[in-house]
Design a protein around this ligand. Structure first.
Ligand code: MLC
Ligand code: AMP
Length: 547
């Protein structure tokens, strides 16, 4: 048995202590002037009353209340576990688990211990995971217990020494081991340029690249957003965030979590998004963040009313384009104007519509560059464009990443000679400085806020028996914004069945990448240069999901 019967047992799920709030906060861990560890900054923002609730779960079998003290102790125990492994500096800790508060604690513990967090979408399957693990060579891999067999095989073959399990129900070897660790921990000394996280993204073309984000990148962006979105202090009534996004990408892991933590604000925590359940909790909340699909689904709920949103002060949307109809329908239904912002894995947040006045938020735009962020639009030859002219969006600022993991050439390709990062997004800046994104130079589909790279899906399709070649495109979808659709060409003499191809892909790649439909055609439309004319395929299947 672990001490106290397990990892924070009896502490994690209890009601906050009765009685008056403690007047004197316990001494914070000692920090020096040069301490730039993001965890130390988040910890310093914990409220004085460590026994108040930090996170309340909304969809666990019983609601769990985590106090700020629980977060402090839990992350200390996990950080001590990592420290006990005596890992080399800069070790990567890969995490392939379902969302849970403990998974958030693990992220914070990795920061606290001074290692590098490597979050992986829990939908990734063996081939996808194998690539990330071989490429990143993590010292530790944490996975769901049900996946331990195949994940540990991949990890051990890649040289990883430690594989732990962490399940949504707070079981697994990670917490079992951490339960034996001391519950205090001095955050590791880190500089602003030291790595905090690696997020895999495909950028323009080719295999996934690990975007290296430093403590300084993440903290500077979190601080800018805290001010820009006017997170409310306790004296002003505080904020309550509904956290319903996954925590393996920028939006849920950084923008949402850092926002609440850096403001010492309570979170109502959903391990998975459920529109009805989220709508039911809106009356208790003040801030919500979502990809457009979440807003579309919430609009389908009768419980989404002005009265339900009476306490809300901010709805943020991003990660994919918000349709103007959704923006308007939301205004009509709730009386609130969604604030759309724009960002990416390599840069975290770049632009935002204004917080005040609400009337300055313009639907269809992603707003203005955030303070400290440089944003310009250049043509293909690198020449600056005038207001209103469409070109490639390039950015600069303390939030821009340190480069792609072990890919210096790829990193160099994505920066201009004067060191602006080429986002791969196409857009324009209007006369008032508002940025509008009109498309992407990179061949990328964004489905329900997840990025899908057609070339990757085509690669898997082409490997299936009887497939000569294929083309993958995104078409409008009422729920996901864009949906993945494929056209497959059979080899001579082979017979293909679209439904069987979809089924075969489901065993190979993350479910959100699997085409919703595969059409079988004798050939692909090509131009005079032999290039596949994806625009024709997009037009052909444009109305496929029209309601
Ligand atoms: C799930 N499905 C999807 C999908 N999500 N299909 C296409 N696109 C998606 N995004 C499919 C599954 O394959 C499955 O199909 C079926 O839907 C049910 O799966 P599920 O897991 O139960 O779905 P659900 O829980 O409803 O998920 C939908 C969702 C989720 C919208 C809640 O996709 C989601 O959380 N998206 C948010 C992504 C996000 O956080 N992006 C931020 C990136 S950061 P089948 O056929 O198998 O039944 C970034 C930078 C920035 O971009 O600026 O923020
Ligand atoms: P990712 O690589 O997952 O971080 O995805 C980043 C990409 O998402 C950006 O390069 C944009 O193409 C897209 N994106 C993010 N926010 C928005 C937005 N508000 N509107 C349109 N596209 C967006």
């Amino acid at each position: 048995m672990a001490p106290h019967g397990g990892f924070l047992t009896g502490e994690v799920s209890r009601q906050p202590a009765e009685g008056p709030a403690k007047k004197n906060p316990p001494a914070l861990p000692h920090t020096t002037m040069t301490q730039a560890n993001l965890f130390a900054a988040l910890r310093a923002a914990f409220p004085a009353d460590l026994d108040s609730v930090a996170i309340e779960t909304a969809d666990t079998p019983v609601p769990l209340l985590y106090t700020w003290r629980d977060l402090d102790r839990g992350t200390a125990m996990l950080a001590n576990l990592l420290a006990s492994l005596a890992l080399p500096a800069g070790s990567r800790i890969a995490v392939h688990t379902e969302k849970s508060v403990e998974a958030l604690m693990l992220y914070l513990a990795v920061l606290r211990a001074g290692h590098v967090h490597l979050p992986l979408n829990s939908a990734y399957q063996a081939a996808e995971l194998e690539y990330f693990i071989r490429n990143a060579e993590p010292a530790v891999v944490v996975c769901a217990g049900r996946n331990f067999g195949w994940v540990s095989k991949v990890a051990f073959l890649a040289g990883t020494e430690h594989v732990y399990t962490l399940n949504e129900d707070r079981t697994g070897t990670l917490l079992d081991r951490a339960a034996y660790q001391p519950d205090t921990h001095q955050p590791a000394q880190r500089g602003a340029d030291d790595l905090a996280a690696i997020l895999y993204t495909s950028g323009t073309t080719g295999r996934s690249k690990g975007a290296m984000l430093s403590h300084g990148n993440l903290l500077s962006n979190a601080r800018v957003l805290k001010d820009y979105w006017a997170w409310r202090s306790a004296e002003e009534g505080g904020d309550v965030l509904i956290h319903a996004l996954p925590i393996f990408h920028v939006h849920g892991l950084f923008v949402a979590s850092h926002g609440a933590l850096l403001n010492g604000s309570r979170m109502i925590w959903f391990n998975r998004f459920d529109a009805r359940a989220v709508a039911a909790r809106l009356p208790e909340a003040t801030v919500f963040m979502g990809v457009p699909t979440l807003y579309v689904r919430l609009l389908g709920e009768a419980a989404l009313t002005r009265a339900a949103c009476a306490r809300m002060r901010l709805f943020v949307s991003g990660s994919a384009p918000l349709l103007i109809e959704t923006f308007r329908d939301w205004q009509a239904r709730t009386g609130h104007t969604i604030l759309e912002r724009y960002g990416m894995s390599e840069t975290t947040m770049l632009t935002s519509n204004p917080y005040r006045p609400e009337s300055a938020r313009r639907g269809g735009t992603v707003g203005l560059p955030l303070p400290g962020v440089g944003l310009r639009v250049h043509d293909a030859k690198g020449r600056p464009l005038a207001a209103g002219e469409i070109g490639g969006i390039e950015v600069k600022g303390p939030n821009v990443f340190k480069g792609y993991w072990r890919m210096p050439e790829k990193t160099a390709d994505e920066f201009t000679t004067d060191l602006w990062f080429k986002t791969g997004d196409l857009g324009f800046i209007d006369g008032d400085g508002y940025v509008t994104i009109v498309g992407r130079s990179k061949d990328l589909i964004i489905s329900g806020g997840y990025n899908v790279y057609p070339a990757e899906v085509e690669g898997y399709l082409n490997e299936l028996p009887g497939v000569a070649e294929s083309a993958v495109v995104g078409v409008p979808h009422p729920d996901f914004g864009e949906a993945v659709v494929a056209v497959a060409v059979p080899r001579a003499g082979a017979k293909l069945d679209g439904v069987a191809l979809v089924a075969a892909l489901k065993h190979k790649i993350a479910n959100f990448k699997v085409p919703k439909q595969v059409f079988v055609q004798p050939d692909l439309p090509r131009n005079a240069m032999g290039k596949v004319q994806k625009n024709l395929l997009r037009e052909q299947h444009q109305a496929l999901f029209k309601p």
